[in-house]
Design a protein around this ligand. Sequence first.
Ligand code: ARG
Ligand code: ZN
Length: 866
Amino acid sequence: MADIHTTGAGAPAIIRRSDYRAPLWLVPDVALDFALDADATQVRATLAVTRNGDHDQPLRLDGEGLVPLSITVDGIALTPDQWSMDGSALVIPLSGNAHAVETLVTIAPAANTQLMGLYASGGLLCTQCEAEGFRRITFFPDRPDVLSRYSVRMTADKALYPVLLANGDPVASGDLEDGRHWAQWNDPFPKPCYLFALVAGDLACNADGFTTMSGRKVSLGIWVKAADLPRTAHAMKALKDSMAWDERVYGREYDLAAFNIVAVADFNFGAMENKGLNIFNSRYILADPETATDMDYDAVEGVVAHEYFHNWSGNRVTCRDWFQLSLKEGFTVFRDQSFSADMGSPAVKRIDDVRILRAAQFQEDSGPLAHPVRPESYMEISNFYTATIYNKGAEVIRMMHTLLGPERFRAGSDLYFDRHDGQAATCEDFVKAMEDGGGIDLTQFRLWYSQAGTPRINATLTHDAATGEAILTLSQAVPPTPGQPDKKPMAMPIRIALFDRASARHHGDALLHLTQAEQSFRFPGFSAPPVLSINRGFSAPVVIDSDRSQADLAFLSAHDDDPFARYEAMQQLMVNVLVGTVAGQAMDDTPVIAAIRDTIADSKLDDAFIAEAIRLPSESYIGDQMLLVDPDAIHLARDRLQAKIGATLEQEWRALHARTEANGFSLSSAAKGARKLRNTALLYLSASGAKDADAIAFAQFDRADNMTERQGALAVLASGIGDHREAALDIFYNRYADDALVLDKWFQTQALAFHPDTLAIVDALGRHKDFTLSNPNRVRSLYGAFAANQWGFHQGDGAGYRMVADIVIALDSLNPQTAARLVPPLGRWRRFDAVRGGAMRAELERILATPGLSKDVTEQVVKSLE
Ligand code: ARG
Ligand code: ZN
C-alpha cells in the first residue's frame, strides 16, 4: 500500500507545521490589470517586492498552470536566462532589496472546472482563491502571511459584463472603444492573496445602507441575476443585523465605504469572506417562502453573518499559515452561532449545533481522518476545511467563553484584535490574548489544539447517607487517533446540576473544572440521592458515559430546566432502547413513549423545542454508539420504534398536526416552531400506519404555502411506498424544474429517503437530464446525501460503495475538491462487518489505482486505508 511518509514517485509532498519559515520576500503593494474574457483573460501583475531579512535567496512566485508571457523587473524585460521555473513556480534572482516585478499571463476561466482561481459560472466571471487559488490567476507568493495593498483594474465587454466588482472601494470607471469598459477598485487594507476577489457579469443589485457606530455610511449591495432580486431581502436583513451585532457584542465596526455580496450558482463551498466582496454559493443568499425552508432561511442568516464576521476574525487579523485555519474558522463559527442564538431561540440553536457536531465532527474524530484543531501536517490544505477545524474549533472557543464569562472573554478578544490588527497570527496568539486579557491560565487547555479525538467522560454519582453528600466522580479518556497513540488528560468545563427527586428542583448550576484523569467532587446537603444533570448546555464537546437509569433520564426529560440537558436526556432514553434492541435485548419502550406524550402535552414548552426533543436519533447517530454498525438492524429497530410511537399516540399526532396548521406565512419563531412540529407530527402519523396518513401527507404537500411544509410532506411521501409518492415527486419536479436550488431538494429528498429501492433510485437520478457533475450543489444533493443515508449507502452487497466510488473517480478529473469530500464515508470501513468493510476497502483501492488521481483525493484515500 502507498505510504504517505515516503516520497515515492509522484506521491504528494507533506507540508508540516514545524517547517514554517517567515517569507523571504514581501509584497507590500500589488497592481493587477485584468483584460477579462471567458476564454482568454490576460492578467498583468505588478508586484512591489521587498527582501525580508538578510539572505540572498531568489524571489519565488507560486503558480499553477501558468506560463509567463513576459517578465520585467523595474521596467526592463528579462531574458530567458534571468528566470527559471521550479516545477510550476517562477524563480527570479534579484540583486537589490526592493524591485517592481511585472508578469503577464493568460488564463481560461471557461475551462476552469475546478472552480478555483478565476472561473465562469452561468455567464459570470468570478473568483475563489482560498486556500491556494490565487496562484491559478497570477504568479504570487501564495501564502497567508504575505499581506499586500491591492489596486485592481478590470476591462471587459460592457454588454456581457456590465458590472465589474473587486475588493475594497470603487475609485473610477469608464467606457472604452469596441464596446468594452473598465473599472478600478482599490483596497487600502493589506491582505493575503486568498482574500482577493473580482466579479464580472450581468447582475442586479439589492442596494441598501448601514451607518456604523461611529457614524460612517456604508453602501451595501447584494448582487444576483435580475430574476433572483426578490429573493435577497432575508440576506440583506441578516447582513445589517450582523453588522449591528458585531458592534454591540464585540465592538467591531466595518471599515470600508462599500460592502458587496455576490451569489453564484457554481461554488465548491458555502461562501467566501473576500475583503469587501463576499462571494456566496447562491443557496446561502436566495430565500423566499415558496422555495426556501425555514432551515434554509436560518442557513442564509448564519452564513451571511459568518462571512461578515470574518472581516475582523480572518481579514483584519488573518492566519500566519494554513495550520492556523481554526484561528479564523473556529472563532468565526463561534461568533455566527452566538449571533444566530441571539436572533432566534438559543436553546434550539444549541441543540442543532450539537447535532451537527456529533454527526460530522465526532465521526471524523473517531475515524482515520481524525486530526487536531491545529493539524501538524497535510498534503492538500483543501482537505482540512473540516468539521474539526470549524465546529470543534468553535467548541474550543466556546469553552474559553464559558471559563471566562462574557466580560472577561470580551476583554480577551479586544486584546486579541488590538494586538494583532493587520497581522497574520497563530492560534497561540489567540490563546495568549485570552490569558492576558481575561486573566486565566490556559496552559493545560491548549491541549485542545494539539490532541485529536473526542474525550469520553465517565460520570458516577454516589450518595453518602451518613454525611448527606453526593459525590460525583468523573474520569476521562481520550481515545488514540492516527499518529497520537497516547493522550494526556484535558482541561474542560463541565456544567452540572443535582436535582432533588421529590421537588424536581436543584440548588443552582455548578461549573466543574475537570483537569485530571480522575476527579471527585463532593456536594453536601442531600438527604437522598439526587439526579445528575450533566454537561448542561453541552459545556464541553465530549461523550458522557453515565450509569443513569432510564427512570432518571425520564425524570430529566420532564423536569430539567436546561433545555439542552432536557433534550439530551430524552435522546439518551431513546438511544438506550434502540441500541439495546439492535443488540437483541428485549427493551422496555414505554418510558420513551410516556416521555414523548408528556413532552407534547407540556404547555410551557415551545413548539420548536418539542419537535427537537421528540425526534428519534438518526440511524447514523445510533450507529456511532456501537463498535460495529449494523445498518439493517438499526433501521429495523428505529423504524419499529417510530411505528409504535406513531400508533400509540396516533390521536395526539392528529391533534398536533391540526393544531399547527397555520393560515398565512410568517417567519416568527412561533410560526417556524409550529411548522417544525407539524412536520414531526406528520412523520409519526405516517409511521403509525393509519390508513389516511398518505392522503394527509399529500394534502399538506399540495396545500402548503411554504417550502418547509411542502418538503416535509414530500420527504414523508418519498420514504413510503404509498400511492402518492410518484405523483408528489412529479408535481414537485414540474413546479420547480427551472429552479436549480429547489431541484437540488428534489434530488436530495430522494437520496435521503428511507425507501427500500433508494440505491436504484439514486442510480437512475444520476442519469437524469438535470443531473450534472459540473455543479457541486447538485453533486452533494444526490451523492453527498446518499452517502449520508446509512441504510441505503451501506446496503449489504456493496453497490452503494461502488456507486459513490464511481462518482469520485469521474468527478476527480473535473473538480478534485468536491470529489475528495465524497471519500470520508468510504473510510469508515473499520466500523462495519468484514463483508461491508472489505467492499469499502476494495473501492478505496480502486480509486487509488486511477491514473492521474488528484492530490486531494489521494490524501483522503491513502489516509482512509492506513
Ligand atoms: N473561508 C471560507 C469560509 O468558511 C471557506 C473557504 C473554503 N475554501 C476551501 N478551499 N476549502 O467562510
Ligand atoms: Zn469561515
